[in-house]
Design a binder for this molecule. Structure first.
Ligand code: GLN
Ligand code: ZN
Length: 759
């Protein structure tokens, strides 16, 4: 009999109930009890939705983040939290600097947040120093266990493993995190004892670092931890996901635990190897349903390879999604505006668990037992495979015909720079912005009314034109050198393009947690991507007609569009990216044709797509950078190409960035005091660069002196003739009241810099 279980369920709620409850509590509009009540209701609903499984996860629910929950469980909050506060207030202090905005509690600096492996989920980084000690605070977990037991379900607590917990955290004083391992493991031993007392049989212990490159110290730490925990009276299911185990495969198989879970989607080729290596008393849990995408599983094909394995493993075989379902939307049945055919190809969390049950039934009772379900599944898959909406032969032919030359500019940067200087005659330290201007309540409302059909097309057009006009006027007054139209027509830098591209679908409720109460709704790429008509040209031309200064055309790059979408699983990501690249290339060329002389192609998420293992980075960078170049480089020498990235930790990928060959790149740097530019000491970045001079995330207005100082630092690394002056990122979250003085300071600083330079 195959046993079914789940690694984690989305916690945000089908209608984002958790988001609204949290935000209401933080605002001070509702009580802690009300929030706790919402939490309890959500947990109960989610357990009900998983009820058909043999083991249900408990402890996967979180008010903010499961790594922060682990810190709470282990008594590891930074010492700056207010000792007087209650547990939940302390928790939110670490998460976001304060609990309720109304409360008298002091405001502390929030814990750092960073990406959870290669997902778009962000966790709160645990903090350590040489004096860190751990102590068990299990009441939250234990009370959820008793809640679940009251519902009569089979409980499998879920915890972050001790070694991954250390690995994910940051040492604040440079001490070695691994020195804390013994103390940490001792706390885990206590936890497992407590769980045993509750009658728990299996505990899921997540060690996702098993799919990363680990040095000997970390490999040893895993051995040390699990040999110690082996004494515990409960059974441990050691869980890895998101990738292949590779050189850690034997280690994972040999750690003394009762069971191992592997991601049979991303590590499909390792399954047989693991079956061979795993000791005969151990359970093997296979993650056979993709927990990272929204496509239906091919159930028949999965059974084809699972059945022989079941014959070998018998009761030792467990089935689960590949990873926690945190990374997919909750329930497809909520959708009522998706096209029926496309909807029939999809599975969200609830549907994925149905698939799991069908697989288990087929294995346990024979395929006949679920014959109808299997036929329906095959039918849906066939419809997707053969659909003329998925396949566009023209697009495929175009991708096939891509030649290397398509990615390259006509001349070198040096030659282009000369032609461009003649055309634009820009001063030293030219000033510009990253694209968006404040998205006021009126703008958001106009877009919404237009979407709902409450605002006529022509009125909406006029409204946006007025916004563009206002933005251009303001920039002229402020005295910027290269202007933008302000992006008032865009809700989101990916959705805006997705909505105009063929091959894209949009869900209504397909929310996925990004961090805390924040969710994103990634659009779905279901088919070959093409551009039926120009997407931005009219707005760009209108904006340019209002000024004698160059107004940048503004596009999102193919890699960012890809990385922020749910992507097809029936062709390599690189191929989908090339299709998007060709669509953007057409847009770039249309903009050029229409007289737009500077075009910016944002690649905010290029770095995000880096694979988990560094050994695989180059392969990704090769196709990602090439796709960007295909989109950008089909223009004449006198057209200036800008790109923008929302980070600048690219020390390790600087060569790939240089290879993009944008005439100008604007990046985020101000928060690090230009330290991030240190990479340019060793690497001679060849083209122009605009290191962001102020942090747009903060309402603070930079002073002229600050900006001058930062730019002087920058000019120690990069020759002044190749420097631009600009903010860190787009200004859409700010108000005009802040934007005007901030940009004015920027322009003044640039004038000072120009005049202070020796002739
Ligand atoms: N052009 C976009 C803007 O200014 C860039 C946003 C981003 O990089 N995230 O809003
Ligand atoms: Zn940005």
């Amino acid at each position: 009999m195959a046993t079914t279980h789940n690694l984690g369920f989305p916690r945000i709620g089908k209608n984002r109930e958790l988001k609204f409850a949290l935000e209401s509590f933080w605002r001070g509009d509702s009580s802690q009890q009300a929030l706790q009540q919402t939490g309890q209701t959500l947990r109960q609903t989610h357990w009900q939705a998983q009820n058909q499984l043999d083991y249900l996860p408990v402890g996967d629910f979180s008010f903010y983040d499961h790594v922060l929950d682990a810190s709470a469980l282990l008594g590891n909050f930074p010492s700056r939290v207010n000792d007087q506060a209650n547990d939940l207030d302390k928790y939110f202090q670490v998460a976001r600097g304060q609990s309720q905005s109304e409360s008298a509690c002091q405001h502390i600096s929030a814990g750092e947040m960073t990406k959870w492996f290669d997902t778009n989920y962000h966790y709160i980084v645990p903090e350590f120093d040489a004096d860190t000690s751990f102590s068990l605070h299990a009441s939250r977990l234990l009370s959820q266990i008793s809640e679940a037991k009251q519902q009569g379900i089979k409980v499998k607590p879920v915890i972050v493993g001790p070694v991954s917990y250390l690995w994910l955290g940051k040492s604040k004083d440079g001490s070695n995190k691994l020195d804390l391992l013994d103390d940490l493991v001792a706390t885990y031993e206590q936890l497992l004892l407590a769980l045993d007392k509750e009658g728990i049989e299996w505990v899921q212990i997540d060690e996702p670092i098993l799919v990363t490159e680990l040095d000997q110290q970390w490999q040893h730490a895993l051995k040390q931890a699990y040999f110690a925990l082996n004494k515990a009276p409960v059974k441990l299911l050691l869980t890895s996901y998101f990738g292949e185990l590779k050189e850690n495969l034997h280690l994972a198989c040999e750690l003394p635990v009762a069971g191992l879970h592997i991601d049979a989607i991303n590590a499909f080729t390792e399954v047989t190897n693991v079956v061979d290596w795993l000791a005969p008393h151990k359970v093997l849990s296979l993650g056979v349903i993709n927990g990272r995408n929204i496509w239906k599983t091919d159930l028949n094909a999965t059974l084809d390879w699972l059945e022989p394995l079941q014959a070998r493993l018998k009761v030792r075989l467990w089935l689960a999604p590949s990873c926690s379902l945190l990374h997919v939307p909750v329930d497809l049945d909520s959708e009522n505006e998706l096209d029926d055919e496309i909807q029939s190809w999809l599975a969200f969390a609830v549907q994925k668990l149905d698939e799991l049950s069908i697989l288990a039934a087929a294995l346990n009772e024979g395929r006949e037992a679920v014959a109808e379900e299997l036929v329906l599944n095959a039918f849906a898959l066939q419809s997707r495979q053969n659909s003329s909406r998925v396949h566009n032969s023209k697009v495929k032919a175009r991708v096939k015909a891509i030649e290397p030359a398509l990615a390259n500019r006509q001349s070198t940067y040096q030659q282009r720079a000369k032609v461009q200087q003649q055309r634009f005659n820009l001063p030293l330290f030219p000033t510009t912005t990253i694209g968006s201007f404040p998205q006021t309540a009126e703008i958001r409302q106009a877009r919404k009314r237009y979407r709902l059909g409450k605002l006529e097309e022509s009125d909406y057009q006029q409204f946006i034109k007025n916004e563009i006009k206002y933005a251009i006027e303001q920039q002229e007054v402020i005295g910027l050198d290269v202007l933008v139209h302000g992006e008032a027509e865009r809700n989101d830098m990916v959705e805006y393009f997705g909505q105009q591209l063929d091959g894209y679908a949009f869900s209504q409720f397909g929310w996925v947690q990004s961090y805390g109460s924040r969710c994103v709704k990634p659009p779905i790429i279901y088919g070959d991507i093409s551009r039926p008509k120009p997407m931005t040209v009219d707005w760009a031309v209108y904006a340019q007609s209002l000024s004698d200064k160059p107004v940048k055309g503004m596009l999102t790059g193919p890699v960012t569009i890809l990385n922020w979408s749910f992507v097809r699983d029936d062709q390599p990501r690189s191929q989908t990216c090339q299709q998007i690249a060709l669509a953007i290339r057409d847009e770039v060329q249309d903009l050029e044709q229409a007289g737009i002389s500077i075009i910016q192609i944002d690649e905010a998420a290029l770095r995000e797509g880096l694979p988990l293992r560094q050994s695989q980075w180059q392969a990704y960078l090769d196709w990602a950078v090439n796709s960007y170049k295909i989109s950008a480089n089909g223009v004449s020498d006198e057209t200036q190409i800008h790109t923008h990235m929302c980070y600048s930790e690219f020390n390790d990928i600087i060569e790939a960035i240089a290879d993009m060959d944008a005439d100008v790149i604007t990046i985020e740097t101000s928060r690090s005091d230009m330290e991030l530019l240190d990479v340019f000491k060793e690497f001679d970045y060849p083209n122009e660069i605009g290191p962001g001079v102020y942090d747009i995330h903060s309402p603070n207005i930079p002073t002229v002196e600050q900006i001058v100082l930062l730019m002087k630092k920058a000019s120690q690394r990069i020759p002044a003739e190749r420097l631009w002056v600009n903010p860190d990122c787009g200004l859409k979250t700010r108000g005009w009241k802040e934007v005007k003085p901030a940009l004015t300071a920027m322009v003044t600083a640039s004038l000072i810099l120009r005049n202070s330079l020796p002739e």
